[in-house]
Design a protein around this ligand. Structure first.
Ligand code: ADP
Ligand code: MG
Length: 326
């Protein structure tokens, strides 16, 4: 766990500002409103937009060409997606109970982090959720199917969601699921992980300031504060519920208001409670997490959406963590 660089320890400057509206892409749950201190007008910003990881990805920075970064993002998606045949995730899931799959050292690092996060959240975030989440998806990964109750009940009893069954062999460089039917799903942290990589690449390219926004998961950098608007989950037109000021940090929101569908009058969404293998009970419209590590922020937002009671214990465990429920 990294410590927070925060002399700017009061990053959280909250004001209820209903009138602020900015459309940074219809899919975003957080909108970057402006750079603080009015310097943005004099500085040249370059903006790249592309579609990856099932969402709109936007990079605003002082670097004129980031096509190399866009290429990297697509390559990473190919490793982390459960819907791209031959990705690390697909191969691990297909080889469950049969054999270990050779993966990169970086991927092993991510799996270790996902196991740590599964444990630290008491299993609310659970990297093994794939056996349940895949039942709600079609072949393209769209969240649109209703599994039958018996399959879900059997899954709850099966023990297939135990992260202890995810076996890493660091010497061989392999990852294996112990039992057939087990599946990992990195959908809850892939965006965070890739955002951190994009940030590293931008810094290596000499960037002095940037704002990365992948479908509402945001990382900012530079000698300034950024004002970020947290989307009002009930607004269809990009309305903002609250604003926060952050510097050199990530801000991630999880909610049920984007990936969902209704069938026979029942509302289904994509954040699954591992205890029931069903969409979790909605206790908040959204949860926003601020941290300096995007993977941690991403996983904890998912976990806190499922179980908001984890808030205090997670704040004690993860230094610098800030949480906003809407
Ligand atoms: P979004 O992808 O919309 O930003 P999240 O970051 O909250 O939302 O991640 C939700 C995704 O994480 C789901 O689409 C699914 O792939 C995966 N997921 C769902 N439930 C869990 C869970 N309990 N633990 C870990 N991952 C989950
Ligand atoms: Mg998440």
């Amino acid at each position: 766990m990294r410590s927070v660089s925060s002399d700017k320890s009061q990053t959280l400057f909250r004001t209820r500002l209903v009138a602020l509206v900015l459309l940074l892409g219809a899919v975003c749950c957080i909108c970057a409103l402006s750079c603080a201190k009015d310097r943005s007008s004099k500085e040249k910003w370059h903006v790249e937009r592309f579609y990856s990881l099932g969402t709109l990805c936007v990079i605003r920075s002082d670097i004129p060409d980031n096509s190399d970064i866009e290429k990297m993002v697509h390559e990473e998606e190919e490793a982390y997606s459960a819907f791209i045949p031959n990705s690390f995730v697909s191969r691990i899931n297909e080889s469950a109970g049969i054999a270990g799959v050779e993966v990169s050292a970086e991927f092993i690092g991510m799996i270790k982090k996902s196991i740590m996060l599964s444990k630290e959240t008491g299993g609310a975030f659970n990297v093994m959720i794939g056996c349940a989440s895949s039942l709600y998806r079609n072949e393209y990964g769209e969240f649109c199917k209703v599994p039958d109750d018996k399959s879900l009940d059997d899954l709850v009893k099966s023990g297939c969601l135990d992260p202890e069954d995810l076996v890493i062999d660091e010497i061989a460089g392999t990852v294996m699921l112990r039992r057939k039917g087990e599946r990992i799903d990195l959908g809850g942290i892939a965006k965070g992980m890739i955002i951190d990589k994009v940030a590293e690449m931008l810094i290596r390219k000499g960037s002095k300031r940037f704002l990365i926004n992948f479908g509402g998961d945001i990382r900012v950098f530079g000698d300034r504060e950024y004002v970020i608007g947290i989307r009002d989950p009930e607004s269809d037109s990009g309305g903002v519920s609250e604003t926060v000021r952050i510097a050199d940090k990530c801000i991630v929101t999880s909610g049920a208001y984007e990936r969902n569908f209704e069938e026979n009058g029942v509302f289904y969404h994509h954040i699954i409670d591992p205890k029931t293998c069903r969409p979790c009970v909605i206790r908040n419209k959204s949860v926003t997490v601020i941290h300096d590590d995007a993977v941690i922020a991403d996983a904890l937002a998912t976990a806190l959406f499922i179980n908001p009671d984890l808030r205090d214990s997670l704040i004690r465990k993860f230094e610098g963590l800030e949480v906003i429920f809407i």
